[in-house]
Design a protein around this ligand. Structure first.
Ligand code: SF4
Length: 333
């Protein structure tokens, strides 16, 4: 992949937090590249480090107590690591935007929704407030809210409508990269589908690249081109949708799929992954999944490297050094 095609190039990201209970190893050496216009799903259980990884892309991890180290963080070829606070202010909302899980915490209750959208446009697009207000009304209508409601406050909207307003703010300046952190978790199922459809349509319209953070593999299948599965601060499997869904290689990814209900076999028992995510202040030696992994052996207690199964498919599991090793999930290679 040529560098100029990348909207995001993140290399060897490590994040830890110094706390009274010890050092929390939140992110442990992540590489993530995203091509312009593509969407990647960042999947994993709560505590896997997905949101912390995303916040680091906007340089929003609080330091201290956080300590962020990285070999490279480039957005559209610009080095984000060396940017001043003023330069960062310029790119946030303009080049890179983030949608958070709970729209109520993202919206300011004392300003009208129209003003909140217009503020972002005014700040980044060098236009006066009257023009920004006009564009805010256009954005509201684009997300399916009548423009005449621009003068209303967040509490006058339902949860789904509030999330539409948040999407309007995030996309108002047509960012190159949109990060959506569990954007539909706080919404009813019917509204979830509408919001996801809206995001898909707007992304196509503006050619926006997307990082979709979720624990829901259905949302990934519906909205993404690629998937990165995270566990205990590491990416354990990464590939195209087909690589990860049809040619699953990592035991943890297999566990995630086995935990899903099977619509074709309603009597089949769900098989949850046994145990819990490890304490990030005390990660197991070697593969962090080994205390829960049904395939664990002595070889799993040493540091694991990432191996390449194809140009697009990468897996961090040393068991593939064992002759003939494969997981139980049927592979469709
Ligand atoms: Fe399981 Fe070992 Fe592979 Fe880790 S390295 S996922 S413990 S088989």
């Amino acid at each position: 992949m040529h560098e100029k095609d990348l909207v995001l190039d993140l290399q060897n990201l490590r994040i830890r937090f110094e706390t009274d209970d010890g050092t929390v190893y939140a992110v442990n050496g992540i590489d993530l590249q995203l091509e312009r216009g593509k969407a990647i799903g960042l999947v994993g259980e709560t505590g896997a480090g997905k949101t912390t990884t995303a916040l680091s892309m906007l340089r929003l991890v609080p330091t201290p107590p956080g300590i962020v180290e990285c070999d490279k963080l480039a957005l559209n070829g610009q080095d984000v690591l060396t940017m001043t606070d003023k330069e960062l202010e310029k790119i946030r909302g303009k080049d890179i935007s983030m949608i958070f899980q709970d729209p109520m915490t993202a919206l300011n209750p004392v300003f009208t929704v129209g003003d909140q959208i217009a503020e972002s446009i005014h700040l980044h697009e060098n236009c006066n407030m009257i023009e920004a207000q006009r564009r805010a009304i256009d954005m509201l209508e684009l997300v399916g809210i009548p423009g005449e409601r621009a003068g209303e406050y967040p509490h006058q909207f339902s949860g789904g409508m509030k999330q539409r307003v948040v999407i309007a703010i995030a996309l108002a300046c047509h960012p190159q990269l949109l990060i959506a952190d569990e954007p539909t978790t706080a919404l009813d199922v019917t509204i979830q589908a509408q919001v996801l459809d809206l995001m898909k349509n707007l992304r196509t319209k503006y050619q926006t690249s997307l990082i979709m953070i979720t624990h829901d593999l259905g949302i990934v299948a519906d909205t993404c081109d690629e998937v990165a599965v995270m566990y205990a601060g590491s990416i354990v499997e990464k590939g195209t949708l087909e690589d990860v869904f049809l040619r699953t290689k990592h035991p943890y990814t297999e566990g995630l799929f086995n935990s899903l209900p099977n619509i074709n076999d309603r009597k089949a028992m769900l098989t949850p992954i046994q145990g819990l995510m490890p304490d990030p202040t005390n990660l197991p030696e070697g593969c962090p999944f080994h205390p829960r992994c049904p395939y664990a052996g002595e070889d799993c207690r040493k540091p694991q490297t990432t191996r390449k199964f194809s140009d697009t498919h990468f897996v961090r599991c040393g068991a593939y050094d064992r002759p003939g090793f494969h997981i139980a999930r049927k592979e469709e290679y």
